[in-house]
Design a protein around this ligand. Structure first.
Ligand code: ADP
Length: 465
């Protein structure tokens, strides 16, 4: 158990590590793809700007500079000496310059035209960010803004650069009354979806790898549990078998010792009784060994049904009669409810007797009060047989396994009722070999009902196993 738990923890840890690595790789790939996108488009846009400049199309910026020169002449005389209001004043000037730049330039439409020509992504937004602004005339110089030295400033919102924008170009311009430095940024609206499309392949592979690892993990866990369950079953079976074989053997050994005793040689009755004990125990031993031989024969697929048209009425009445006789001494009541619309069915009489006998015997064996058993049989287009008892019942979890080979409901290490966990396994094999099915419904403490449904004209004569 401890070993299994360690394997479980180690496997879960391994999966967590794989998930961690995959998240790391995918985010890295996403970042690299974003960088690749930025790099590619910066190159395209810069080529575009060079092309536009070469053709002398970019008259927008020139007109903005011209206009700003006039503006600076108006602003200079308003310059107020250093005070708490200075910052506010500079902010107003900076915003005014930025606004004029954005309004007067026509770079965006020129660049869109270029991008269309290059047949690449064309929907973008641009932004001018002023990095440096100085106003001057013959007497004074007004340093309005410098991105490096004025970093303590609250940068005006309109100039803010978003993280995913691509810095395309830097312009610096020196006019009669002002000097300005500008960064030109571009932000593609569909950048995220384009990059995601590029990453989709890697994402899919990562997801598939993760799914495969998880499946392998689940599969291994299931195998491990199954192995554990089988090993437990094996141990239980060996314990039960030892018990089943040892009891008759020790009885035979005591009986033999009794016969060796000279004092009973004259007591014919005692001798007869002891011999009959030996015979009974011997029969019990033979039965158990035959049980095992049959199972091993089935496993080698040497088992086949011997099906004939069986008259149902005499078969079931005979079965009920034999059972009533068998459990006479156990204060057992058997109720028969038979409805035969179809009177015959294609069955193996011997195997069906074994199967139904197992069910009836279990109804008595697993019962802590006076057993009351109902054998209900109806036959029309299908043969439906159910055995209901007022026994100890079977829990939901055990119901899933009672038809497994060697499975016995756990009652701790001590089994009050003898058995090898083969009876119901047998029943299921026989029913399925007839092309039928078996089901159980049960409530602990209330009793159980086992229901068999069989075809009347079975065509597929299967072998179990
Ligand atoms: P065995 O009786 O030899 O143990 P079976 O295959 O006949 O093996 O039954 C498997 C287990 O199912 C039994 O150990 C018992 O716990 C449970 N069982 C079977 N029939 C009944 C029943 N009618 N009522 C309660 N428990 C049952």
């Amino acid at each position: 158990m401890k070993k299994n738990l360690t394997i479980l923890i180690l496997s879960a840890l391994a999966i967590l590590i794989v998930v961690g690595i995959e998240i790391f790789l995918v985010t890295r790939i996403y970042r690299l793809e974003t960088e690749k996108f930025d790099y590619r488009y910066r190159e395209i846009l810069q080529k575009g700007l060079a092309y536009i400049d070469k053709r002398g199309d970019n008259r927008g910026l020139a007109s903005a500079y011209y206009f700003l020169n006039g503006q600076s002449l108006k602003v200079l005389p308003l310059y107020i000496p250093e005070s708490s209001d200075t910052v506010k004043f500079k902010e107003v000037v900076l915003k005014g310059f930025h606004k004029t730049l954005v309004q007067k330039q026509n770079l965006d439409s020129l660049l869109t035209g270029y991008l269309k020509k290059m047949k690449v992504e064309t929907t973008f937004q641009s932004n001018f960010s002023i990095t440096n602004l100085v106003l001057f005339d013959n007497q004074k110089v007004v340093k309005v803004f410098n991105k490096v030295s004025d970093s303590a400033w609250t940068y005006p919102d309109t100039l803010n650069i978003r993280l995913n924008q691509i810095p395309v170009n830097h312009y610096s311009y020196y006019a009669d009354h002002f000097e300005i430095g500008i960064d030109y940024y571009v932000d593609f609206n569909n950048k995220k979806s384009i990059v995601l499309k590029e990453v989709a392949g890697s994402l899919l592979i990562a997801f598939l790898a993760l799914a495969a690892v998880s499946l392998i993990f689940l599969f291994s866990m299931r195998n491990l549990m199954e192995e554990r369950r089988l090993s437990q079953l094996k141990t239980d079976f060996i314990n039960n078998m030892t018990h089943e074989l040892k009891t008759p053997l020790s009885t035979i050994s005591i009986a033999t010792r009794t016969l060796e005793n000279d004092t009973i040689l004259d007591d014919r009755a005692k001798i007869k009784e002891t011999v009959s004990v030996i015979r009974r125990q011997n029969r019990q031993l033979t039965k158990q060994i035959n049980h095992l031989l049959e199972i091993s024969m089935w496993e080698r697929k040497q088992f086949s049904l011997d099906r004939r048209m069986l008259d149902l009425e005499p078969f079931f009445f005979g079965l009920a009669e034999a059972f009533r006789w068998e459990c006479n001494e156990k204060q057992c009541k058997l109720e028969e409810r038979f409805t035969f619309i179809t009177k015959t069915a294609y069955l193996d009489e011997v195997q069906m007797t074994v199967a139904l006998h197992n069910l009836l015997i279990n109804a008595v064996k697993y019962n802590s009060q006076d057993p009351e058993v109902i054998l209900e049989v109806s036959c029309d287009d299908r043969l439906r047989i159910s055995v209901t008892d007022n026994g100890i019942g079977i829990g939901k979890e055990d119901q899933k396994h009672i038809f497994d080979k060697f499975y016995r409901v756990s009652t701790g290490n001590v089994h009050k009722v003898k058995g090898l966990g083969l009876g119901l396994f047998y029943v299921k094999q026989i029913v399925e070999a007839h092309g039928g099915s078996i089901d159980v419904s049960s409530r602990p403490g209330k009793g159980s009902t086992f229901t068999l449904i069989l075809p009347v004209h079975g065509k597929n004569q299967n072998s179990p196993g």
